[in-house]
Design a protein around this ligand. Structure first.
Ligand code: SF4
Ligand code: SF4
Ligand code: SF4
Ligand code: FES
Length: 981
């Protein structure tokens, strides 16, 4: 600790702290316009000048040092602060009362007040640029832009999309997109970082405009008139009294605008934010305090909420009658569900019923669904869609380290010296995690290796990009493990102390030579040796993987091979190391954690463990089934075989997202009784007998668990749309009509029960999760959680990890003469899965209207295909018609189809082969025949899609270029206006 004096008050502080943070923490009031704690020093505004030993310095860019005597209010400091802010006001017109940003958090407004500015010494001058409205979600008003550069810093160094810059050398600097494009035609991915950090109204969400204020919806002419009036009275009255009027208006807004914390309903990153609303209108999403994301979001979290108020939300239960659906009351629909489920149970036994929980819904809802299956019906036939993606990764970790979850946190991925990404299009599927890796790679020298079939953004950024043959990851990963062991560069101390099974594992590695790996994977031996060297030389390695690994017949084994490799290199148990299977859905981790699995009760407690079963049986006051139930895949088979008669599914688009969709659809149509609960009439509803209208995440309370095992609360932003109900209430209603006497009045009561029965969550309480607080499981009874999972040992009785021997099997559904092309599939940044929610968002539809198939330039040339050509893809299982997009992201005879389509779902083409251990479909093993159709349409991706932009990478805002301007002087040394013509 060091001693410093701030305005005469001596304090003991940490030496590395920035002065501005210290002053703020100590309750000081130095202005700071460009500084944002999550961006670090930007140094463009000069308003934070303080005096130290007679010298003026920027408090935002100076670290505390022993003995500093800081004066924040000396005449010299104050004059510099005012002078700097005067320059800012020359770029910004203060019309707060009629500004949608007048919400108490406008930095320009608040600084005007803090510095008691009464008059502008440098007059406001308009910039010679038009307002840019070309992005569907936000707009830029150059006239209000104070050139603080926060947006540039956020785009370049936090999001690392590298779209924004400021043309400091121009007589009239402004923010530029791609160096001078319109926003709409730029590389902007609409993540909203820039809008979130803008300290004024220069960048604003369009949903705010005309809605946030009481007077801001006035016609433009009236607004301009009012602005003129303000300008007119300012010389006489000064800003003080004008600000008083705007503050009265701001106070009125306080009563009308609600700010409610929620957690994103899309991917597993677990971004959380406040949602600002006025009645049922979303004003904006404001990320700031989220433990996983801070100021970060992607387009879906920031702007993807149009589905909530979509006109086609389900608001009435529907009952199938005579081949058609008719509306019904809740009472009638629930009565019918209860009667039919009871009758089928009575006739065919409890195991003739199955339950599918939703990994989009809350932990509490998954808990109730599995409780309904087990305690009320008496079957373990319950599963969730982690079966489609994540179960193999969980299995790989169960086998080797004990817990089925990420072994650290997103912050560990940031800290790693080397990140290896395998089979994950992270920038599109887990965008905010990608930002952290991109940023560490760009700014902190982190090394990045990417292995994928496609040369996507992360691959392009990588220091080393591997393009192995499909389905061969297990081989090259195991060969690297063998190479490290053979050459004595494995971490023998770690192995001795923490790992069992080395001898047997080494024996199993015999076939995995580098030579064989190069032959099988197609990755040159030298490249594989480079990977081995990079891993062994890095101090801390994280491996991130996703469905490119798990959705193969050897998904579990390849996940195991990844963990084996981390073990032999000692990359567990330390910050910056570990295994990170990136969870796809927002709550796919939580759905399994809370027991929506056929073999596990909540907290991964086995159904065949008598002690566990007894604990739950006592807690629930029932007898429980002891044999493992059917998983999703087995359920479909069992329907076809006539064993499964009824199914109750909520929040899951099974008919499109399960593999071999035609086979699944045929199965669903054979069900004797099928209940589907959703927010829209999904494709799966077409097979239902009863459809129940549920509420989306913004209309719910509860908890989600993100990929880093982080449990977070979501609060109710809106009341459930009239006619719809939160899923937990519906499940409870059905359970009670089946004779259960559940009396949960609030999801917190459900969680209390979870915690009481599940050691993994023993200390989870709603109080400990209040607001933006979170817990990363396991959570001990005293509330201690574990951001880094393995600190004192692994989750096995002796605390030691286990190396797990593996063999390679041949991938399925291989190309042959007829089905000659390999088809890969996955997500797209803008859409979530089939697009049931995201196609209802106008801006997303505008930018990404349809699905497509990516075709390599070589193949396109060979077959006469151009972007927009319609093609028919035929696999051994089905057919789709889709437009081609020619791109060098794919190579040779490999195709890629994103999964966002209800009309042409890629899963009509995929097979019923599965991972042998977990039954996760081998979605990534598919071969097709491509027929070029005569029609040529528009390119499936419009020119305004970000993929056609041209980013302008640079290191942040590059303030040094501003300082080099002839008209720039450090404030305090004479008043100079930055903008001159
Ligand atoms: S990508 Fe677009 S929305 Fe995101 S920070 Fe950059 S300019 Fe802003
Ligand atoms: S648009 Fe960018 S540079 Fe302009 S005020 Fe906003 S954050 Fe600052
Ligand atoms: S989709 Fe994922 S990355 Fe995007 S905001 Fe939501 S949680 Fe964050
Ligand atoms: S806050 Fe320090 S220069 Fe802007």
């Amino acid at each position: 600790m060091v001693k410093v004096a701030i305005d005469g008050v001596v304090q003991e502080v940490r030496p590395d702290e920035l002065l501005i943070d210290l002053i703020n923490r100590a309750g000081g009031s130095v202005p700071h316009v460009c500084y944002h704690p999550q961006l670090g020093p930007v140094q463009t505004c000069d308003t934070c000048m303080v005096e130290i030993d007679g010298r003026l310095i920027r408090a935002c860019a100076t670290a505390v040092a022993d003995g500093m005597k800081i004066s924040t209010k000396s005449a010299k400091a104050t004059a510099a602060q005012v002078e700097a802010f005067d320059r800012i006001l020359s770029n910004h017109m203060l019309y707060c009362t009629v500004c949608d940003n007048n919400n108490g958090n406008c930095t320009v407004h608040n600084t005007t007040k803090l510095l008691a500015i009464e008059h502008q010494r440098i007059p406001f001058r308009s910039k010679p640029y038009e307002v840019d409205n070309t992005n569907p979600f936000y707009r830029y008003d150059p006239d209000q832009c104070i050139l603080c550069g926060r947006c540039v810093e956020a785009c370049q160094n936090v999001e690392v999309n590298e779209t924004l810059s400021i043309n400091w050398e121009d007589p009239n600097p402004r923010v530029l997109w791609d160096g001078g494009s319109t926003i709409g035609e730029s590389s902007c991915v609409s993540c909203g970082h820039c809008v979130t950090v803008c300290p004024c109204n220069a960048l604003m969400e369009k949903t705010m405009l005309g809605h946030a204020g009481f007077l801001t919806s006035l016609k433009k002419s009236a607004l301009s008139g009012m602005i003129e009036i303000v300008k007119g009275v300012e010389p006489e009255t000064g800003y003080g009294s004008i600000l008083q009027v705007s503050e009265a208006e701001e106070a009125m807004r306080e009563h009308r605008t609600r700010k409610t914390k929620t957690v994103c309903t899309y991917c597993g990153v677990g971004c959380s934010f406040d949602v600002w609303t006025k009645d049922r209108h979303i004003l904006k999403v404001a990320p700031e305090h989220g433990p996983a994301n801070g100021i970060s979001t992607c387009v879906k979290g920031k702007f993807g909420w149009g589905h909530i108020n979509s006109e086609d939300r389900l608001t009435t239960p529907l009952i199938r009658e005579g081949g058609k659906f008719r509306q019904a009351s809740w009472d009638e629909a629930l009565g019918l569900v209860a009667r039919r489920l009871s009758a089928i149970k009575a006739n065919a036994g409890p195991d003739s019923l199955a339950f599918i929980s939703s990994s989009k819904c809350t932990n509490e809802e998954s808990y109730l669904m599995q409780k309904l299956a087990r305690a009320v019906i008496g079957t373990n036939n319950v599963d969730n869609c982690s079966r489609y993606c994540q179960s193999p990764a969980t299995m790989g970790l169960f086998r080797t380290v004990g817990y089925g979850g990420d072994s650290g946190s997103i912050s560990d991925m940031e800290k790693a010296d080397l990140v290896l990404i395998i089979g994950s299009n992270t920038a599109e599927s887990h965008p905010v995690i990608a930002t952290r890796v991109k940023s560490s790679h760009k700014l902190d020298g982190q090394k990045l290796i990417v292995s994928d079939l496609r040369e996507h953004e992360m691959a392009r950024r990588a220091d080393l990009f591997l393009h192995p043959n499909p389905g061969t990851d297990l081989f090259w990963l195991s060969a690297i493990s063998r190479y490290l062991l053979d050459n004595g560069i494995a971490h023998s101390k770690f192995l001795d102390q923490w790992v069992n099974g080395l001898a047997e594992y080494r024996k199993s590695l015999e076939p995995f030579t580098m030579e064989a790996a190069a032959r099988i994977s197609g990755v040159p031996e030298e490249t594989l040796k480079t990977v081995a060297r990079m891993i062994s030389e890095a101090k801390a390695v994280c491996i991130l993987w996703a469905m490119g690994v798990t959705q193969h017949i050897q998904g579990s084994d390849t996940s195991t091979a990844i963990s084996n490799l981390l073990l032999i290199t000692g990359n567990y148990m330390r910050p910056g190391t570990g295994s990170y299977p990136l969870r796809g859905h927002n709550n796919v981790q939580g759905a399994s954690d809370h027991g929506a699995m056929p073999n596990m009760l909540p907290g991964y407690q086995s159904v065949d463990d008598a002690e566990v079963r007894q604990r739950f049986a006592t807690g629930w006051n029932v007898k429980l089934p002891s044999t493992k139930g059917l998983d999703n895949h087995e359920m479909v088979e069992a329907i076809h075989q006539g064993q499964l008669k009824a199914m109750y599914l909520f929040g899951e688009e099974m008919s499109l997202v399960d593999s071999n969709a035609n086979f699944v659809g045929d199965g669903l149509s054979k069900l004797g009784f099928f209940v589907v609960q959703d927010i829209f009439f999904s494709a799966t509803c077409h097979f239902a007998d009863v459809v129940l209208p549920a509420s989306p995440s913004l209309e719910k309370k509860g908890t989600f668990t993100s990929t880093e095992r982080r449990i977070q609360r979501l609060y109710e932003v809106f009341e459930p749309l009239e006619g719809s109900r939160p899923d937990w209430r519906i499940i409870q209603d059905i359970a009670n009509r089946l004779g259960a006497k559940w009396q949960y009045r609030h999801p917190s009561e459900i969680y209390r029960e979870v915690a009481s029965l599940t050691p993994l969550f023993a200390g989870v309480t709603y109080e400990r999760l209040e607001g933006f607080k979170s817990l990363q499981w396991p959570v001990a009874a005293d509330g201690t959680d574990q951001p880094l999972l393995y600190t004192k040992g692994f989750a096995f009785p002796d605390g030691k990890a286990r190396l797990f021997p593996l063999n390679l099997s041949e991938p399925t559904d291989q190309p042959n003469a007829e089905f000659d092309l390999h088809l890969n599939n996955g997500r797209l940044l803008e859409h979530f899965h089939e697009g049931n929610m995201t196609y209802r968002i106008e801006g997303i539809r505008e930018k990404t209207p349809d699905t497509f198939v990516e075709v390599s330039p070589e193949l396109a040339k060979q077959r006469g295909i151009q972007s927009g050509t319609w093609v028919q893809l035929t696999s051994r299982y089905g057919q789709v018609r889709v437009r081609a997009l020619v791109t060098d992201r794919v190579q040779g005879k490999q195709l890629y189809m994103p999964m966002n389509s209800v009309e042409s779902p890629v899963n009509r083409l995929t097979s019923s082969y599965t991972d042998a251990v977990t039954h996760t479909p081998a979605y990534k093993e598919a071969s097709v025949h491509l027929r070029v159709l005569p029609e040529v349409g528009e390119s499936p991706l419009p020119r305004i899609n970000h993929r056609f932009g041209h980013p302008t990478p640079q290191h942040g805002v590059e303030v040094e270029r501003k300082w080099k301007r002839a008209d720039y002087r450090v404030p305090g040394n004479g008043l100079v206006q930055i903008q001159t013509n």
